[in-house]
Design a protein around this ligand. Structure first.
Ligand code: ADP
Length: 263
């Protein structure tokens, strides 16, 4: 069961709580989090095909790491699932509902997205940004939730700073807090590690492996992706060219596989 309450924070279990649940809640496939299914998804920009008939599944509560070279179509795929990019053809299902046909706003609120765009307002402080998004998402116990997330991402001391005065990594920490604010049970993360220091990487890993969310992660970091995910997939030239369970792969095997498929 996904815990929707804000939790008091202390230590690692608190990080899992801030990610939305009461710790390692259930094995992949047994979660209440919705699954993601993509069917024959095609996206064309003029005559150029960024995605070509992609079929992909992320089982409820599981974690898929998606890899691929620059221009493979990864951000386009995430953008379509997040409802930010319109597909040319094909379908996306969240929790069995076809969102490409009829976008249910409540379902949209179950998504937390993090990309190179932080969606933060530069002139507003960290706290003002989180309050703004908290209202937008209709977050209950807003101040408590914001406080616990600021603690999770280690930004309490800078809560009064305008976002424009923060470093890249600090912004990324705040963007992560923003993405988690409404306790989404689907996380769509595009290069979330960029700019993060070692402490923040550890924090993010704890959040991601809380195992109560469906996670689709795009990264170039093969090792980090492999160690956190249940499954890995490789997208190249808009096509899904490889998929496997991480339990079947060693880091060195996967590095070789990536070199073979991502050419
Ligand atoms: P990735 O995230 O794997 O690096 P993208 O999904 O960002 O790849 O882009 C896939 C391809 O689609 C690239 O060739 C890119 O130039 C193209 N593309 C993405 N967005 C647009 C756009 N708005 N207009 C035209 N081409 C685009």
């Amino acid at each position: 069961m996904v815990n929707r309450s804000a939790s008091g924070l202390a230590g690692t279990s608190a990080l899992a709580g801030a990610a939305g649940g009461a710790g390692a809640a259930g094995a992949p496939g047994t979660s209440d989090a919705p699954g993601i299914s993509v069917r024959q998804l095609t996206k064309s920009y003029g005559r150029f095909r960024a995605l070509h008939r992609v079929d992909m599944d992320v089982a409820p509560g599981s974690f898929l790491a998606l890899f691929g070279p620059n221009g493979a179509g990864k951000s386009t795929l995430l953008g379509i699932i997040a409802g930010l990019v319109r597909p040319s053809r094909g379908q996306v299902f969240l929790d069995g509902q076809e969102i490409t046909k009829d976008r249910d706003e409540d379902l949209g609120k179950r998504i937390g997205a993090l990309s190179y765009q932080t969606y933060l307002y530069d002139e507003l402080t960290v706290l003002e940004n989180l309050r703004f998004y908290g209202r937008l998402f209709g977050v209950e116990n807003r101040e408590e939730r914001i406080g616990s997330l600021l603690h999770t991402v280690g930004m309490e001391a800078r809560s009064g700073s305008p976002v424009r005065t923060l470093s890249r990594g600090m912004r990324q920490r705040v963007a992560l807090a923003r993405a988690l604010l409404h306790d989404p049970d689907i996380l769509l993360l595009d290069e979330p590690y960029s700019g993060l220091d070692q402490d923040a990487m550890v924090m993010l890993k704890t959040v991601l492996t809380a195992r109560n969310k469906t996670v689709l992660l795009v990264t170039h970091d093969l090792v980090r992706g492999l160690e956190s995910a249940d499954r890995v997939a490789i997208l190249n030239h808009g096509r899904l060219v490889f998929e496997a369970e991480t339990s079947e792969l060693s880091a060195s095997d996967f590095e070789q596989t990536y070199r073979d498929y991502a050419v």
